[in-house]
Design a protein around this ligand. Structure first.
Ligand code: SAM
Length: 210
């Protein structure tokens, strides 16, 4: 409950960066962590970007093997302090406090991302996708979500300038999905419903239809 209250307070304080009024629910957390699976051979490296109060982090940790590692990149110092208290004693977890753009990232098998891309300008989104896709090991995946219907709401209620910004940002997201997405799923059991996108650094070859 304290996490829920903190999340809402931070939404009021920094709406653009927090991007939601409440943490992700269990069905969304489960879809986002679909590709966090313990490896049979070498340890696996996981990065979670924008973990907030840790709704998805708990699921990530539960899916990790004992030798796997988890980097948490969180920009908001109040969320980072909560994450440190909750997950800091797990030797597999390392907290990267501050915007993910300000950190030297490692190489990851799985990246789970909670960033509210739709709120950012096109340059920031382009830069973030470049960094995250560039930090994937061969065969690695990047999973992120967007609230279903949000772009339409934005177009309906926003002023001209905000509408133009949102359109440019959506174009970058659409182009990235076209190049890198190999799977998408809709999570109706979240409030609001969300669309989860799974990306690979190298776009999968189109299916043979001969
Ligand atoms: C929509 S919330 C998602 C929180 C959590 N993953 C969840 O699903 O409940 C977005 C999170 O991204 C964080 N964030 C925003 N910009 C960031 C950045 N540049 N680097 C790291 N975290 C950022 C916010 O502070 C917030 O915790």
């Amino acid at each position: 409950m304290a996490a829920m209250a903190l999340f809402f307070r931070e939404f009021v304080r920094t709406r653009r960066d927090t991007g939601a009024i409440a943490p992700s629910g269990p069905s969304l957390a489960s879809a986002l962590t679909r590709y966090v699976v313990p490896g049979s051979g070498r340890p696996r490296a996981v990065l979670e970007v924008g973990p907030g109060t840790g709704a998805v982090t708990r699921r990530v940790r539960a899916s990790m093997g004992s030798l796997d590692t988890l980097d948490l990149a969180e920009a908001n110092p109040r969320f980072a302090a909560l994450l440190q208290r909750t997950h800091g004693r797990d030797a597999r977890v390392r907290l990267l406090e501050g915007p993910v753009q300000e950190h030297e990232l490692g190489a990851y098998d799985t990246i789970v991302c909670g960033l509210p891309f739709a709120n950012f300008d096109e340059g920031t989104v382009e830069d973030l996708f470049g960094r995250l896709l560039g930090a994937l090991r061969p065969g690695g995946t990047l999973s992120f979500f967007a609230y279903a219907g949000l772009p339409v709401l934005r177009r309906t209620f926003a002023g001209d300038e905000e509408r133009r910004r949102a359109r440019r940002t959506q174009a970058v997201i659409a182009r990235t999905l076209q190049r890198h997405r190999f799977r998408a799923e809709t999570v109706l059991g979240n409030l609001p419903p969300a669309r989860v996108h799974h990306l690979a650094a190298v776009a999968p070859a189109p299916a043979y239809s001969g």
